[in-house]
Unconditional design. Structure first.
Ligand code: PAF
Length: 278
């Protein structure tokens, strides 16, 4: 596992990789958990070379969000990664990524302004910009991303398509704790009582899946079931039943429907989603 500290060094490494080897890339903000490690494993299983990046991207955090408190532990991350076949770990600095006079931003219209984008203005602009920059530096064949951030995957797939990039996203399944909580670096903010309340997201998904399986097709009614459940434990940011392709709200559930949600457990904003009607 080679540590790469600068963009210049990463470019040299990339240029010297054999052209007949497939390159898998796992972009992360660190504080790795089993979800991230499942992406590394997927890259190991599908690609010859695996590159992981660790970079807490300031431009995807809003002014009142958790950039300064976002959990960081590089030593622990490197230890976890050393248990897999990770060829390179790239961790650039803010000064390199956003030098003074930085001017260019990537906006994926429409998709960036709904759901999480409505409550976190500018978030997906920051995500699209950093991922495009990383992809231009790393030039991967495949980018492994978690489906917990379902909207992020859609935004980035659209960006790659529209900007004619050849890298392809492989969306990997959500990894959950034994009790159903979707893994997230932000779970580390939760105290034991909050951790218990945080189960409302996955429980609400289960309730809605059960209601769907029993024949309920009305999206408003299904959303109500989830909202009533979650609002006992936290503050609902949004709960929507959407089309899995374009993330537009649906009136009736069909085989391509997905429930997608963000709920605040006190100040901790958690997201989750799942397919319905399968
Ligand atoms: O999902 C994340 O951890 C981040 O949004 C990403 C894709 C690494 C970009 O900073």
């Amino acid at each position: 596992m080679q540590l790469v500290h600068t963009i210049a060094e990463m470019r040299v490494v990339r240029r010297e990789l054999p052209t007949d080897k497939s390159i898998g890339f796992v972009p992360t903000m660190g504080y790795l958990h089993e979800g991230h490690l499942s992406l590394v494993k997927a890259s190991n299983d599908n690609c010859d070379i695996t590159i992981v990046s660790i970079y807490v991207n300031p431009s995807q955090f809003g002014p009142n969000e958790d950039l300064s408190s976002y959990p960081r532990d590089l030593e622990r991350d490197l230890h976890l990664l050393s248990q897999y076949r990770v060829d390179y770990v790239f961790f650039p600095t803010n000064e390199q990524i956003y030098p003074p006079n930085y001017k260019t931003w990537v906006e994926v219209e429409g998709l960036s302004g709904i759901l999480c984008g409505a409550s976190r203005p500018g978030h997906f602009r920051g995500v699209a910009t950093i991922v495009l920059k990383l992809v231009n530096i790393v030039k991967p064949d495949h980018i492994f991303m978690g489906s917990k951030d379902f909207q992020q995957v859609k935004v980035l797939q659209t960006m790659l398509r529209d900007l004619n990039l050849e890298s392809r996203i492989v969306a990997c399944p959500i990894v959950r704790e034994a009790d159903g909580l979707a893994m997230s670096s932000r779970n580390s903010y939760l105290d034991p009582a909050q951790r218990q309340r945080a189960l409302c997201l996955s429980q609400a998904i289960k309730l809605v899946q059960q209601a769907t399986a029993s024949g309920e097709r009305d999206a408003t009614k299904l959303q109500q079931i989830a909202e009533e459940h979650c609002s006992q434990y936290g503050q609902v940011d949004y709960i929507q039943i959407v089309d899995s392709e374009n993330l537009q709200p649906l009136k009736q559930v069909d085989s391509s429907s997905r429930i997608i949600m963000a709920v605040f457990i006190d100040r901790v904003r958690l997201i989750d989603n799942a397919a319905l009607g399968e």
